[in-house]
Design a protein around this ligand. Structure first.
Ligand SMILES: Cc1cc2nc3c(=O)[nH]c(=O)nc-3n(C[C@H](O)[C@H](O)[C@H](O)COP(=O)(O)OP(=O)(O)OC[C@H]3O[C@@H](n4cnc5c(N)ncnc54)[C@H](O)[C@@H]3O)c2cc1C
Ligand SMILES: *[C@@H]1O[C@H](CO)[C@@H](O)[C@H](O)[C@H]1NC(C)=O
Ligand SMILES: *[C@@H]1O[C@H](CO)[C@@H](O)[C@H](O)[C@H]1NC(C)=O
Length: 355
């Protein structure tokens, strides 16, 4: 009988107004919330977050689509997420929305002192025109022996994050600015909670496997630069953008400080000037620091929390580290697919039968 009622529940619920709370209004929370309103219009979606743009991690990022590798996430998932994200943003880049969304194509080089293990990385077939650099191109970089040239996409976060927020609201989404101290606060008001809290997952659900990797970047005035240049092994990069050219970077594990360090900025300019000599003496517009919410694997998982025979279905989507822009649309889709599967568990049937 329980079986039968669960099944009829599914049919009933799928057309019913599901109340979904998304905790976290950064890149991952917003893209997840937007994806739900686009694909499941019968859901009422509320984003609850302590911070929104311009105060999130994504606001610090250059926003370029070059995947970071998550060691414990199967590579085929990473490739699917990247392809989903690239194809989605490429359509936006080719539409009249491109300027307001801040999505554009960018070409450039990734250079190496020693050839990497994967000369043709898993994402090489997703970006446009991937090839190895020619001798003539490498002549620009005397201390490098190997390089890859390609065209990819870039999200100007100062435009892209507000654009997503606007689309989400146009689709009927709600926004609340506050901190969630205990996930059970939401029980009763919402049927499902999406946990897109980035580093906040440490406090909110006690997941200590997500940790900060601090990154400091600079924005400089160098409008003559049009190509990106990236030395992956040296964590040094130059990304031309709309508000200036972003120079980076640093990777400081378990460092929580959001204050820029002057000496670090000097070192970044020094490293970038070695790659691109025209940056010597460049004017700094601003310094920014962000904490990448890093984890060995992105966590996209469902968990049905039980307390006093009550249940709170939760879907986790966090731990995107240094590569959130590159995969956010794909992970939003994957998290929404889990939401669809949760729909029949709306009543307290699951926790009651488990206890
Ligand atoms: C210097 C730097 C450069 C980068 N460059 C790139 C790049 O070029 N390409 C790329 O793909 N990626 C890049 N990234 C990575 C990318 O920025 C991140 O992966 C992404 O921004 C993470 O998004 P998020 O939404 O998970 O986290 P966040 O933006 O940190 O969002 C988490 C949100 O949850 C909220 N929150 C947390 N806990 C709670 C709670 N209990 N109650 C309410 N709200 C809560 C916070 O207030 C915040 O709004 C870069 C990152 C940095 C720091
Ligand atoms: C961002 O932070 C600043 C400084 O704390 C604050 O004044 C502003 O209201 C914040 N913006 C948003 C959208 O939360
Ligand atoms: C988010 O997930 C983490 C890890 O499971 C958990 O500790 C935290 O309580 C969750 N937060 C919310 C609001 O569900």
């Amino acid at each position: 009988m329980g079986h039968h009622s669960a099944k009829s529940d599914l049919i009933g619920r799928s057309t019913q107004n599901m109340r979904v709370a998304v905790i976290g209004g950064g890149l991952v929370g917003l893209s997840t919330a937007l994806y739900i309103t686009e694909s499941l219009p019968q859901c009422t979606v509320t984003v609850i977050s302590e911070k929104f743009s311009p105060n999130t991690t994504g606001d610090v990022a250059a926003g370029s689509l070059i995947p970071h590798t998550y060691p414990d996430t199967p590579l085929h998932h990473q490739k699917d997420w990247f392809k989903e994200t690239f194809d989605y943003l490429f359509k936006i880049a080719n539409s009249p929305e491109a300027a307001v969304a801040g999505v554009s194509l960018i070409s450039g080089w990734q250079v190496f002192k020693m050839p990497p293990k994967d000369a043709f990385p898993f994402w090489g077939s997703v970006v446009l025109g991937f090839r190895l650099m020619t001798e003539a191109e490498l002549a620009k970089f005397p201390s490098y022996t190997f390089g890859q040239a390609f065209t990819t996409l870039k999200c100007q976060s100062s435009l892209y994050l507000p654009w997503m927020e606007k689309r989400f609201k146009m689709n009927g989404g709600h926004i609340e600015t506050r901190k969630v101290h205990d996930i059970w606060e939401l029980h009763g008001s919402y049927d499902v909670v999406m946990n897109c809290t980035g580093l906040g997952a440490r406090d909110l659900i006690g997941d200590m496997t997500v940790f900060p990797v601090r990154g400091q970047v600079l924005e400089v005035h160098a409008p003559w630069l049009k190509h990106f240049i990236r030395d992956v092994d040296g964590s040094t990069y130059i990304y031309p953008g709309q508000d200036g050219v972003t120079l980076g970077g640093t990777r400081e594990v378990d460092d929580w400080s959001l204050l820029p360090v002057a000496q670090t900025s000097k070192e970044i300019i020094h490293r970038c000037s070695n790659l691109e000599p025209s940056l010597h003496g460049v004017a700094v517009i601003k310094e920014k620091v962000g904490l990448r919410p890093t984890r060995a694997a992105v966590r996209i998982e469902q968990e049905i929390l039980c307390k006093n025979k009550q249940q709170l279905p939760t879907i986790h989507n966090y731990g995107h580290g240094g590569g959130g822009f590159s995969v956010h649309r794909g992970t939003a889709k994957a998290a929404t697919e889990l939401l669809v599967k949760l729909i029949p568990f709306k009543t307290d049937f699951y926790c009651k039968s488990k206890l």
